[in-house]
Design a protein around this ligand. Structure first.
Ligand code: VG1
Ligand code: CO
Length: 593
């Protein structure tokens, strides 16, 4: 791979010029040269079920840490990638700091060296939030990168572990690659493991083993540099240093703890108390690092209290999700991406010459479509999962996109980006309050959202999750919904709603023509209201049913309603049509967002 080999970072060339062996930057850098790497061929046998889901491979940590489970998958990945991509390449490694990441890092490094990778960039302590990993892949022109994370799933020895591979523009590997990996996992019999010692990942610097080298990098630097190019940091600082502005960012003891203080406090001047649960823990302190109204309850409590801060936000395990709250106010992710898009050109320098296009995943409410129509740009509807946005971005047709599952992002990287979404909202707030004197009537999150509804209409949205169900009855329910959708006809009545169409969502990628089928059964009504059912592809065991409900309201007088009240009739119809209670035995969901 020409691109990956042609480049040497200043640090790497400096250390190799000296031939290693000395501390080149006291306290932070060490260099160690070793003889040529020998590769051991370790016999292994295939393990069942190593199929990548919506976002990487996720299993119980106990499964991943047992025997060759991880090594088999990583070896299969190296076998699946074109030889030219791997041989002599640079790759990136990092993760969300969860239990087993340290051991996993060493296994991945040995396999990378054994399979011909020339250089690995590793975030210090094995840390890289998912958007930062994407940024590092792009900044270092690496051929790809490993992200050790099960994202919003809990961590620890009895909880989940996961791994994703992102390709050279920083995007989650396409299904073509993940399917090939799965194929190799069914036949893998040899692990190519370099015979090298464990590498100390706690200190930045280069360690050389013959032709192979590991460079431990600061997990924040490349990413922060990029964010500074995207946003007007002075503008945001003007807001965060106001005496009358308070924010609270909850890192949920996950990876954004490593980013929040350096970015929000040290660079942007927010009060040190603005960051809570800011120390990453291997088990997320026993929490479920999923930023929604159920699991981020500590933040929700503060934001719904009498003296709530002006702005609240939280992020998930690997830092790609975000939740946005105002003083006693919650912004749905579907609204959030629409509001960011509507304000991007005015408030975010990266977008000042206009937006190329917008996109959302299919179950995400269509608020964004209305912004696209207003701006006169394309709007794409993709299957669930970030991997479908990358092609559109690479083709220069997509600037801002989002998912209802608290994922929001743009084409500065190829992942959803939690801190980016927080900075986008802070940019909007800073812009709207630039001329408001301290102590004056500030424009808040609620006002910005309500103004948006008044202009574009409100898309009421809710998602019900039924977690930890048995797989077979859930599959049977989806089968039965498919049959009902196939049999349904335009004009059929569902209560007061009249059917426009029903189908199982299928997506043809406009760039490469690849087709993704069976992406969710949807019933769409003539007024744009919808209900959708699909099964989660990120769980580590059992099944999770997701039910998505949306209804559009153009009348400002009715936009203030509670979403659950506004959606109640449609929710009842969806439950009746699916026979969910009968199939799953569940009377109520485990999470409502
Ligand atoms: C969920 C969300 C999806 C998101 C995916 C990965 O997938 O619905 O929108 O892209 O998680 O997010 P599923 O298949 O469980 O519905 V993360 O933060 O886990 O990388
Ligand atoms: Co995540």
């Amino acid at each position: 791979c020409m691109r990956a080999c042609a480049r040497a970072t200043p640090l790497a060339s400096a250390t190799s010029a000296r031939g290693g062996g000395k501390n080149s930057r006291a306290g932070t850098t060490k260099t160690r040269a070793m003889a040529t790497v020998t590769v051991k061929e370790v016999a292994t046998t295939p393990i069942e079920g190593q199929k990548t889901g919506t976002s990487g491979l996720r299993k119980k940590a106990a499964v991943f840490s047992e025997g060759n489970y991880l090594a088999n998958w990583v070896q299969s990945l190296f076998s699946a990638l074109p030889r030219d991509d791997v041989e002599g390449s640079s790759m990136v490694l990092g993760g969300d700091g969860r239990w087993f990441n340290k051991e996993a890092s060493q296994i991945i490094l040995k396999l990378a060296a054994g399979n011909g990778v020339k250089k690995m960039y590793v975030g210090r302590d094995g840390y890289l939030c998912t958007p930062a990993a994407s940024a590092v892949i792009r900044a270092r022109e690496a051929v790809g990168g490993f992200i050790m994370s099960a994202s919003h799933n809990p961590g620890g020895p009895t909880e989940d572990w996961g791994i994703k591979f992102n390709y050279s523009s920083g995007e989650p590997a396409p299904e073509k690659i993940t399917d090939a990996i799965y194929g190799f996992t069914q036949t893998v019999d040899t692990l190519k493991m370099a015979d090298i010692p464990d590498v100390d990942l706690s200190v930045c610097g280069v360690t050389k083993f013959g032709d192979f080298e590991v460079e431990v990098i600061d997990p924040v630097d490349d990413y922060l540099k990029l964010l500074k190019q995207v946003f007007d940091f002075d503008l945001i600082k003007s807001l965060l240093t106001r005496a009358d502005f308070k924010m609270q960012f909850d890192a949920m003891h996950a990876i954004t703890g490593a980013y929040a203080k350096p970015i929000f406090v040290d660079v942007l001047g927010a009060d040190a108390n603005s960051v809570v649960n800011g120390v990453p823990k291997e088990d997320f302190a026993g929490g479920h690092p999923d930023p929604n109204l159920t699991y981020a309850e500590e933040l929700v409590k503060v934001m719904y209290s009498a003296d709530a801060p002006d702005f609240g936000a939280a992020s998930d395990g690997d830092g790609d999700r975000n939740m946005i709250l105002g003083n006693n106010f919650f912004v749905t992710p579907s609204d959030s991406v629409a509001i960011i898009a509507a304000n991007a050109v005015d408030c975010i320098p990266y977008f000042k010459s206009g937006l190329k296009g917008l996109a959302r995943s299919m179950p995400t409410a269509a608020a964004l479509d209305r912004v696209a129509a207003g701006l006169g740009v394309e709007c794409f509807e993709t299957p669930t999962g970030w991997k479908f946005f990358g092609n559109l971005m690479d083709a220069g047709r997509l600037s801002v996109c989002g998912e209802e599952s608290f994922g929001t992002g743009a084409d500065h990287v190829r992942e959803k980006d939690g801190p980016w979404a927080v900075l986008a909202w802070l940019s909007i707030l800073a812009y709207r309050n630039e001329d408001v004197p301290v102590g004056g009537e500030k424009v808040g999150v609620e006002q910005i959202t309500k103004e948006h509804w008044a202009k574009y209409g409100r898309n009421f949205f809710s998602r019900y999750d039924y977690e930890g169900c048995e797989s077979d009855p859930c599959n049977a329910m989806v089968e039965s919904l498919r049959a009902k959708a196939a049999a349904a006809k335009k004009g059929d009545k569902y209560g007061d709603y009249e059917l426009d169409f029903a189908d199982d969502f299928e997506y043809t990628d406009p760039i490469d023509g690849s087709v993704a089928k069976k992406q969710g059964v949807r019933f769409v009504f003539t007024d744009g209201s919808r209900f959708i059912f699909r099964l989660s592809g990120t769980g580590s065991s059992g099944a999770t049913v997701r039910m998505y409900i949306e209804q559009y309201e153009a009348d400002p007088a009715k936009q203030g309603a509670d979403a659950q009240d506004a959606l109640a009739p449609l929710i009842a119809i969806a439950l009746e049509t699916s026979q969910l209670a009968k199939f799953t035995g569940r009377e109520s969901p485990t999470v409502i967002t």
